[in-house]
Design a protein. Sequence first.
Length: 551
Amino acid sequence: MSRRRRWLASGAVAAVAAAAGVLLYLSFPPRDGLWWLAVPAFAVLGLLLRDARPGRGFLAGFAFGLGFLLPLLVWVGALVQTPPWLALSAFESLFLGLTGAVMALVSRVPGRLGVLWPVWAAAVWVGGELLRGSVPFGGFPWGRVGFSQPESPLLPVAAIGGVPLLSFATVLAGLALTELLRRAVAGRVPGLPAPRPAGDGRAGALRAVAVPVVLLLLVGVAGPLAALVPPSPGPPARTVTVAAIQGNVPRLGLDFNAQRRAVLDNHARETENLAAEIAAGRQPQPDLVIWPENSSDIDPLRNPDAAARIDAAARAVRAPIMVGAVLVNPGRTTSNAALVWEAGTGVVDRQDKRRIQPFGEYMPWRSFFRLFSSYVDRAGYFVPGGGDGLVDLAGVPTAVAICWEIAFDDAFGDAVDAGAQLLAVPSNNATFGFSEMTYQQMAMSRVRAVEFDRPVVVATTSGVSGMITPQGAVTARTGQFVPGVLVDRIELRTTTTLSARLRSGPEWTLTVIGLLAAGAACVAVRRERGEAVGSAEPSERRARAGKDEDG
């Protein structure tokens, strides 16, 4: 093939892969009804990866990542302008490129096991998500495939193996469809490799079709079957009334932090309005109230005015308030904390954010990145907290994951092990404007609800706030950039799902399966090359002997 044709072929692969990435992006909220697009997205990607060389696999995976992550993360540009958004999307796409290379490699798994390529490749994808969600700087797990599925029939799978198993099942469905499509279009699409035989004769041909059909059927029943698996029972739990306050912010963007007192006043005012509604009999009395992250950027432990404002709101509503506060530590650092505030007493419990956001709440390699953007000087000096993420809120053991933390699988695990009966997600999404970021985050909370069989309360400064059942359904939500109050009667849970019990076990199991498949493929490739060299040597010797005789 000429260089020009190779470039054209590579360009075509990249274009098709990028289009498939856009399909995956479209499967994410707020387009809840399009969750199914994740399946054809991976079916198309699979067509490009099956029996391809790892180099082409990297190209396809990287282009797929750009098509997916550029639109998914466009809200990053609203915060820090265009160059960091492009850089983040391109950097994270490198992980998808590496994943694509290994997915292509495992199509060389030898023998009859090769027909299970969708299983090996889907396991590799889970390993890629694990890597991307771990490094560097703690990882970037945003955009995991499982987070696109809160409306999918597969959602109950999260209670069995968490987000990793949900991602695996979704990708597996797409790659099984790949196998059927390849055999349907074999020889009709230029540049598409002919399917490898799955064995000798008619039995091999039958196996090549039967296996992906069976895999699709298994994925199809996985959700309903998972829903039939009951969580382990716990002690009896009570029902409580919970209020979530969305006070709204004075204006969009980073500058809203300059109006910290206005944000605090907004949340206190909405709480006092709720108290008036309760007194008039139009709202039930809440047992507890949840304010969002950054609802008090003025440290109430150092500022008496802020403390008095919060205390007055708690006194008016006659319930403890979880307050999202920025606390000033000795020295230059700060903490992003969830404070449990009781009227007349003040702080009775506290949980600091354990996973702080790089390039936002803190700046790694600050002096280095200052060479590329002056934004680094606007990044904070936050430090991570410790503990298990559990607070006692009006006698309710409550797990707290503050904003960014909800994307990580360990956000709630320790707290649920410690007895959490309610999950709270206080968040500040105001800096991202009218973007899809808040809907993407809500989808994560819905998956976590199913994963742990717990109700979830999402409280944000500017929307979207919501009440989520243990089945992942949103029973109430607010709009964006409007004040709002949600009050709901919530049944607490003390059960333990299989996912909560296994923790990271399914993810590591799938990752190891993918690595073993990659190892088997490497051995097979080396053996094939050795056989090719061995068969070429006698021919070369015969050719040299013929020349000697002629001479």
